[in-house]
Design a binder for this molecule. Structure first.
Ligand code: NAP
Ligand code: MG
Length: 453
């Protein structure tokens, strides 16, 4: 049995059967059986089923949000926003079945054109930090393109994915098109990676597991897209609106209790304004309301597990290369609480500045000039996201072009929009989710030549 724990109380939220290899194999069989019918469905019909699914998620927003808030320990207001994004993602890709266009290409002796074909059965492996949201980023384009799927949620947070399977069926997605198996990654995830009848793995999670998936997929030349970790920079120049930058910085690193691959966890601040920035940041961090995920007031919940809290704590040891400068407050146990923490000034070589903490711990690193900022921003194996705060537009664009990361914002810390591509450079992964680009990851281009002479 899987015991699903509520991180805010440490109590058992639900017990459910633990899937294994047999359950994955049975799910792949169901998905294979459903594939020809789903792929052959008229594009307009597939579109209307996906619109119905978007509506069904919107209708059940509160139920799904409460389940996600309790299981993942995230503030209910955030969970509602996530369910809105899930519905919006299905609505966006519902337009795709009728817009999967090809090219006509001039050649001698005939007519050449391209079409997009679905891949077949796609395996989706997702983490515990944004359980249904990240699943939707994969489900929606995969289904729109005519694939069928087997989704493996993280064992810590399987509840919304399992509920979603029922919602999809009720909304008219045919039996076997969406299959969900909850079970351990080392068994169920690995079986999906090895399975000869799974055409592709779409994965979000740690760089370490991503590496093993890429290696495992090589045996069957499976397609793979990987959304992995990050250590993203938030670059604040002296000419920025410092109050705005300091007010925005906390949510960019403490949102979802820092368990966010896009967290701007390296705050690079131009040395001449470091003191002013830290004063403003202190006020913002101390006012963060950490507490019960189901309270409308809460802005930050607990961490996902005791083991994860141990890992996060190991970065906050007050050592000389990463001293604690600001400490917010958090409730006492039960619950895996951790107070928002800012380390400053952090040596760029310190472990806290190099490894992904995935918790509410920000590192502040001072810099000298623009070149110094770019060098520090790129001084990481990761390249997922980043922000640039300055009133100099030309500088903003220069720095944005120079940072090796997939998603950058200027005078904003946001990363994710349904209509824009999302994904990493370097060891943050490969492939893009969201926007029109995601459809490339769930289709093959086929070239057809018709001889006319
Ligand atoms: P994880 O340990 O990599 O797990 C992610 C998923 O992979 C889970 O469903 C897990 O299953 C499964 N898994 C574990 N071992 C596997 C294996 N050998 N073969 C196949 N699947 C396996 O990551 P996590 O601990 O859940 O999440 C934290 C990490 O995810 C962070 O590093 C974070 O940066 C990254 N992340 C990245 C993004 C992004 O978009 N780039 C988004 C969110 C999170 P079980 O957990 O059930 O065993
Ligand atoms: Mg893990």
């Amino acid at each position: 049995m899987i015991q699903v724990i509520e991180p805010a109380t440490e109590a058992v939220l639900e017990e459910l059967p633990r899937g294994g290899i047999e359950e994955i194999d049975a799910a792949v069989d169901r998905a294979r059986e459903a594939f020809p019918g789903w792929r052959a469905m008229a594009p307009g019909e597939r579109a209307s089923r996906l619109y119905a699914l978007a509506d069904a998620v919107a209708d059940r927003r509160e139920e799904l949000a409460v389940l996600e808030a309790r299981n993942a320990g995230k503030p209910i207001a955030d969970a509602r926003g996530e369910m809105d994004m899930v519905a919006a993602t299905f609505r966006y890709y519902a337009g795709a079945p009728e817009r999967l266009l090809g090219d006509t290409i001039p050649v001698a002796g005939g007519q050449a054109f391209t079409v997009r074909e679905p891949l077949g059965v796609v395996g989706l492996i997702v983490p515990w930090n944004f359980p249904l949201t990240i699943a939707a980023w994969k489900l929606a384009p995969a289904l729109a393109a005519g694939n069928t799927v087997v989704l493996k949620p993280a064992e810590l947070t399987p509840l919304t994915a399992l509920r979603f399977a029922r919602v999809a069926l009720d909304a008219g997605i045919p039996e076997g098109v969406v299959n969900v198996v909850a079970g351990p990654g080392s068994v169920c995830g690995q079986r999906l990676v090895e399975h000869p009848h799974v055409a592709k793995i779409a994965f979000t999670g740690s760089t370490e597991v991503g590496r093993s998936i890429a290696a495992g997929a090589a045996a069957t030349i499976k397609r793979v897209t990987l959304e992995l970790g990050g250590k993203s920079p938030n670059v604040v120049f002296a000419d920025a609106d410092l109050e705005a930058a300091a007010a925005a910085a906390p949510s960019a690193v403490f949102g979802n209790a820092g368990q966010d691959c896009c967290a701007r966890s390296r705050i690079l601040v131009q040395r001449s304004v470091l003191d002013r920035f830290m004063d403003a940041l202190e006020d913002a961090v101390e006012s963060i309301r950490v507490g019960d995920p189901l309270s409308e007031e809460s802005e930050m919940g607990p961490l996902i597990s005791a083991a994860h809290r141990e890992k996060v704590s190991s970065f906050v040891n007050g050592s000389g290369d990463a001293p604690v400068a600001i400490r917010g407050s958090a409730p006492d146990g039960p619950g895996y609480w951790f107070a928002p923490t800012v380390l400053c000034p952090v040596d760029p070589g310190a472990r806290a500045a190099r490894e992904e903490i995935f918790g509410p711990v920000a590192t502040v690193i001072p810099f000298g000039d623009e070149n110094d900022a770019i060098r520090l921003a790129n001084d990481t194996v990761y390249g997922l996201s980043g922000s640039i705060w300055t009133r100099d537009g030309a500088r903003a664009l220069r720095v944005a072009r120079a940072i090796d990361a997939g998603v950058l914002s200027i005078n904003s810390n946001t990363s994710v929009r349904v209509a824009t591509p999302f994904g990493g450079f370097k060891q943050s992964g490969y492939g893009r989710e969201l926007g029109p680009h995601a459809l490339d990851a769930y289709t093959e281009v086929k070239s057809i030549y018709y001889a006319t002479s």
